[in-house]
Design a binder for this molecule. Structure first.
Ligand code: FAD
Length: 383
């Protein structure tokens, strides 16, 4: 693997870094306190091409490889994980999945809007009763003439109240387990679909996380993405790439923690010298630095495998597992460097820690990633 960035990749990273410094960092604390990111950010992300990375230019994307996608995601995660999540879901889980599995008509209907930021997408898999065991979901889609009629509830859906289109997973046949699950592209304004924002989250407070309730929602059969019964494969393939995006966002959190800890250690004085002079403070900082590098290298390896057309799902689980745990450690260490000031939100460490914590939970908890890795190594499924 070549670890040197190409000129194009470096330029994309610079563009993302400048954008984040200008448009995200100055507002992140206010958005966190208000529990809402300014929605205008979506159009700005679209205008810069960040919502169309890796998507074919024919559908409004700007091409680009997965390493460039990781670089942008890392920079967004460094500035504000709530903003990063908009891209990871609308592009990473929805647009990329439509591009991979959609019919020509579905691609033409949804991709130009999603890549430009005119539309926001959300990914409706989790339900109140099924999280880790997603293949066991109970939302039902019953065939009625040329339509399906959908009933059920989806929980914890990122971008949920903002979304224009829901990539929805529902049971459409009586085949056992995940074999009966199909995927649908459902316009969010379809009658019978109601949404409720979930307030009081520990982190990612700026993000529109929602519960979706579907009561007799009628969708045409043409809204099905991929063949009937393939919905679980669609979800798992989306999440395999999605985990790389989460990992890249975690690298951004850990990098922000490192930058903040180094800066503060050079300013704060105790015992007659800056705290950077104290060996145990240097230990905290060096631990963060090693976590940043290790997480970044694991994440870049996934991007490299995808771009070379190699199998990557297990490596993606490893990267997501390590990077999410590393981001929590890094933010916690940074908070320690800040002492009491780390505990109030005028300083960045507390928000980084709150935002990092969910990364070990969503798109498969740390335990689920270990089961994916363990299954690949032993040949035994221990779910
Ligand atoms: P459970 O599955 O009930 O797990 C509880 C505990 O049991 C965990 O520690 C878990 O690791 C453990 N456990 C479960 N099964 C096993 C096992 N076999 N072996 C060992 N341990 C096990 N979902 C979406 O579909 N779309 C979204 O956009 C989305 N965004 C989210 C945003 C936020 C802020 C949050 C908090 C969640 C989001 N989710 C989303 C849902 C998320 O993916 C789930 O919360 C996650 O998969 C875990 O499911 P659960 O919460 O039901 O926990």
């Amino acid at each position: 693997m070549n670890l040197e960035l190409s000129e194009e990749q470096s330029a994309v990273r610079r563009l993302a870094r400048d954008f984040v410094e200008r448009e995200v960092v100055p507002h992140a604390t206010a958005w966190d306190r208000a529990e809402e990111v300014d929605r205008g950010i979506v159009k700005k992300l679209g205008d810069l091409g960040f919502l169309g990375l890796t998507i074919d230019e024919r559908y409004g994307g700007c091409g680009g490889d997965h390493l460039a996608y990781c670089l942008v995601t890392e920079e967004l995660g460094r500035g504000d994980s709530s903003v990063r999540g908009i891209v990871s879901v609308s592009l990473g889980l929805v647009a990329k999945t439509v591009a991979a599995w959609g019919s020509e008509e579905q691609k033409r209907t949804w991709l130009p809007g999603l890549t430009s930021g005119t539309y926001v997408g959300c990914f409706g898999l989790t339900e109140p009763g099924t999280g880790s065991d997603a293949g066991n979901l109970s939302t039902r889609a019953v065939r009625d003439g040329d339509d399906y009629v959908v009933n059920g509830t989806k929980m914890f859906i990122t971008n949920g109240t903002w979304a224009d289109v829901v990539l929805l997973f529902a049971r459409s046949t009586d085949a056992p387990g995940h074999k009966g699950v199909s995927a649908f592209l459902v316009p969010a304004d379809t009658p019978g679909l109601t949404r409720r924002t979930l307030h009081g989250k520990l982190g990612l407070r700026g993000q529109a996380t929602a519960e979706l309730v579907l009561e007799d929602v009628r969708v045409p059969a043409s809204a099905m993405l991929a063949p009937e019964g393939k919905g679980f494969s669609v979800a798992m393939s989306a999440l395999a790439k999605g985990r790389m995006s989460v990992a890249a966002g975690c690298v951004g959190i850990a990098q922000a923690a490192l930058d903040a800890a180094v800066r503060y250690a050079g300013e704060r004085e105790q015992f007659g010298k800056t705290i950077a002079h104290h060996q145990l403070v240097q230990e905290l900082i060096s631990d963060i630095a090693v976590d940043v590098d290790a997480a970044r290298l694991l994440t870049w390896r996934v991007a490299d495998l995808i771009d070379r057309g190699q199998p990557f799902a297990v490596e993606s689980s490893k990267a997501k597992l390590f990077a999410s745990e590393a981001a929590v450690r890094a933010a916690n260490n940074a908070l320690q460097v800040y002492g009491g000031y780390g505990y109030i939100d005028e300083y960045p460490a507390g928000k980084l820690l709150r935002d990092a914590r969910v990364m070990t939970l969503y798109e498969g908890t740390s335990q689920i990633q270990k089961l994916v890795i363990g299954r690949a190594l032993t040949g035994v499924s221990a779910f």
